[in-house]
Structures are given as C-alpha cells and as structure tokens.
Design a protein around this ligand. Structure first.
Ligand SMILES: Cc1cc2nc3c(=O)[nH]c(=O)nc-3n(C[C@H](O)[C@H](O)[C@H](O)COP(=O)(O)OP(=O)(O)OC[C@H]3O[C@@H](n4cnc5c(N)ncnc54)[C@H](O)[C@@H]3O)c2cc1C
Length: 419
C-alpha cells in the first residue's frame, strides 16, 4: 500500500533544534511509519494525506548573515529571506513566490527571477546541516560528505532533513522590473522573446505566462514579465525594445524592491465548519527545453487557445545556469534554454472526458521534445517518472548516494530515488 493511501491523521511535530529533528527521525525509523517533511508546504506530499509522522520545520526559520554567507533554517520561506537580506544589500536567486520554502525549492534546484544572473538557487549553496536517516546530525559541503552535498543539490528530500542551508548571497542595489501585457499575437511575442534571450545580457530573466481567470497566481491573460538584476530601468527598456515595439504589447517598467517582486499567494478563505475545497486537478506537466523552436511555440499557443482552463508558463534559462557543469549538481539539464509548463485545471463543467483526453494527447506532443522534467513543478507522486527528472549519470549517482545515506528509504515522501 502506498503511504498516501493510509487514511489516518499523522502525528504532527514542530521541532525547534536539529537535535529535536533527529529524535523525531529516529522515532519514525523505530516505528517504521511514513515520515512527511514539511518546510514551505507547497509540495504535493505536504497536501496529500498520509499517516505516520508529519515533521513541520516551521520553527527552524533563523536567517543569519555573516558577510555574504547566509545561514538559513530549513523551515524558512523565501519572502522572509528576501526581507532579511535586503537589510544587508544582498539577495539570493530563489523562486518567484514569497511563501515557497527554502527547503523544497533548493533541494529540487530552484528556478527564479535571478536564474540567468546568478544561477539556480542550489548553485549558491555552499553547505548544509543534515539529519540523516540514522538520526545523526552531519555537515555536508564540498569538504565534508561531498557526495551527500552533491545529492542535496537537485536530488530533493531523499537524503535527510536539512535543518540549515548555507548560501553565498549576491550584492544587489536594486532591480528593474517590467510587465508587458500581450493583447496581440502571442506567437510573435514568444518568437521575439526567444531571439532576444539567445544573447541577452544575463542580468535579464523573463517569464511568459498566459493564465485563465481561475488561476490565483496572476491576472488573467498573457504577459511577459522581466527582471533586470540592476536598478537601471532605462537599460531594461532598451533591452526589451524588440518585444515592446510589437503590436498589441503594452510595457510598463518599475524599480521595486526584490521582496516586492515575489508573488503572494492568496490563502483560501476558511469557511466555518467546512474543510477547505480541494484544489482542482491539473492535466499537463513541465519540461526543460534546449530550444523554443517554432513548432513548440505554435503548440503552446494553440494549447492555450483550445482549452479555456489552461495555463502556459515559460521562464528563460541559460546565463549563469550554464556556468556550472552538468554533473556538478543533480540538476538534470544545464544546457536548457527554457523551462516550460503547460496544462489545464480539471474543472468540472470546463473539462469533460473528451477534452481531458485531448489535453493529455496535446501535452504528450509538447513534452516529447523536452530534455528532462523539472521535479519541483511535477505535482504527483509517480515513481515511474523519477528517472526522467535526472540525467542518466546523475540518476545512477543519486541511487548510489541513497544506498549509503538512506538504505531503508525512510525519506520516501518525495520524488523517490529507489536504490
Ligand atoms: C505558488 C508556487 C510557486 C512556485 N514557484 C517556483 C519557482 O519560481 N521556482 C521553482 O523552482 N519552483 C517553484 N515552485 C515549486 C516549488 O519549488 C516546489 O513546490 C517545492 O517543493 C516547494 O517547497 P516547499 O518547501 O514550499 O514545500 P514542502 O511541501 O514543504 O516541501 C516539498 C518537499 O521537499 C522536501 N523538503 C522540503 N524541505 C526540506 C528540508 N528542509 N529537508 C529535507 N527535505 C525537505 C520534502 O520532501 C517535501 O515533501 C512553486 C510552487 C508553488 C506552489
């Protein structure tokens, strides 16, 4: 029976120290019960019911700044990190949403607003404190337990509970941010964005999203947003000229604080005596692509047009992501130029059996060209899919590391690496 089929209430633990985390890990191991590790709480296992022990890291949120070295508790969220670092004129490449956890995002890679400027979240990691499956507290870095440290950089929560992440942060005197609302031809915008990003300065990272009204992450419609990792709105305007000049595109440039660029996710209003409604299912997926070719652009635009409840989301890669060697971390596709997510919310009344089959079939055509799936946006527990989230060499190395650090597979409520 899968852990997620066990329909009983977990016992919830909120440890305050690494030693308390170790006690809980030893308890889960002794009692041989499923262990769910929760940081920001956005991953699928934090939502899926499971018995056993729920280890919530919400008390481990200290953020210590020492020069450019930043030590962050394993339960902190990125909005709080951005606020703390801004006081020192620093920032880290993270994600795009304030409430997402440092834990889940970093262990899976981390593709955010500074990804072309500074690389993945994990590229800034220089060490971690880890509670292992044996209930020991160890340090992992290039010098101590280097294979464990390697596996933490993209291999997810398979190897232990990270109670502290050590990063090197970057000086940031400000950013420029733009939003280009697209009322015109989305195909033309994506083609021009592709050409622009081929050799754009790495200060530029863009996101394109086209979402329906029921998506809480953004206003409905298509927009291309850009972050310029320097406080120079005029340079951002100039760099974006080819996009802004297109018919049906309205661009606005501002200079917010980095913290204000991170999205707030609205919490569902609790209704007295009622369980919060389950979010709708999602049919589709994501991929890391070497190129945004014309066929892919056309498929994505047609997909969004065909299904009213559909979402198309892209983020540019390249830049600093390519400075790191393919096998230097467990992230699967250093050469990818774009991250793409496409799918449809499975909303009753908007999606029936026929359209569900059509969405699935269209998604299969889109996914066919990807280099790898990005685990952080893969929202289901599909053990068969895990191999597609890593390079072949990376997957073999992750299995070997798992065999050393968690041979009994205590840490399995994640994209699980089976030995
Ligand atoms: C609204 C939203 C926006 C997002 N934006 C981005 C984005 O811009 N870029 C991006 O790359 N991803 C993004 N994601 C995906 C996100 O990175 C993953 O969902 C991630 O797993 C969430 O981490 P969490 O700590 O919030 O979730 P959790 O559910 O708490 O953690 C996810 C999993 O990570 C493991 N884990 C977490 N913390 C630890 C720890 N300290 N030690 C050991 N294991 C741990 C556990 O296996 C856990 O099940 C977004 C997701 C959402 C919902």
């Amino acid at each position: 029976m899968a852990d997620s089929d066990v329909a009983s209430v977990p016992s919830v633990h909120r440890p305050r120290t690494a030693d308390e985390v170790a006690e809980i890990v030893r308890l889960a191991s002794r009692e041989a019960v499923p262990l769910t590790v929760v940081a920001g709480g956005h991953g699928p296992w934090s939502h899926a019911p499971a018995a056993g022990i729920r280890l919530e890291l919400g008390e481990l949120t200290d953020i210590e700044v020492d020069g450019t070295t930043v030590r962050i508790g394993g339960g902190a969220v990125w909005g709080d990190v951005a606020t703390a670092l801004a006081a020192h004129g620093l920032a880290l490449s993270s994600g795009d949403t304030a409430s997402v956890g440092v834990g889940g995002l970093t262990l899976g890679g981390g593709i955010g607003w500074m990804v072309r400027a500074w690389g993945l979240a994990v590229d800034q990691l220089i060490g971690a404190q880890v509670v292992t499956a044996a209930g020991e507290v160890v340090e992992a870095s290039a010098a101590e337990h280097p294979e464990l440290f390697w596996a933490l950089r993209g291999g997810g929560g398979n190897f232990g509970v990270v109670t502290r992440f050590d990063f090197v942060a970057h000086p940031l005197s400000g950013i420029a941010f733009s939003e280009s609302v697209v009322d015109g031809d989305a195909t033309a915008v994506l083609r021009v964005a592709r050409e622009l990003l081929r050799d754009a300065p790495r200060e530029l990272t863009v996101t394109y999203m086209d979402v329906p009204p029921m998506d809480p992450s953004a206003p409905a419609g298509a927009r291309l947003s850009a972050v310029w990792a320097a406080p120079e709105p005029d340079r951002l305007r100039a760099v974006l000229e080819s996009v802004s000049a297109l018919d049906g595109v309205r661009t606005e440039v501002t200079t917010p604080a980095y913290r204000d660029v991170l999205m707030e996710m609205p919490e569902p209003e609790p209704k007295e005596g009622e369980e919060p409604p389950a979010p709708p299912g999602f049919i589709g997926g994501n991929g890391l692509y070497a190129e945004l070719d014309d066929a892919l652009i056309e498929r994505l635009v047609a997909f969004r047009r065909s299904y009213p409840a559909s979402v198309v989301f892209l983020r540019s890669l390249g830049g600093a992501v390519r400075d790191v060697g393919q096998e230097d971390t467990a992230f699967p596709a250093r050469t990818a130029a774009w991250f793409v997510l496409a799918g449809a919310f499975d909303v009753p009344g908007m999606v029936d059996d026929d359209s569900r089959a059509a969405i699935e079939s269209d998604w299969r055509e889109i996914e066919a060209g990807r280099l790898a799936e990005y685990g952080n946006f893969a929202d289901t527990e599909r053990p068969d899919a895990v191999t597609g989230m890593f390079s072949e060499a990376g997957f073999a190395r992750l299995r070997a590391t798992k065999a050393v650090w968690d041979p009994q597979n205590l840490f399995r409520r994640n994209h699980n690496i089976l030995v």
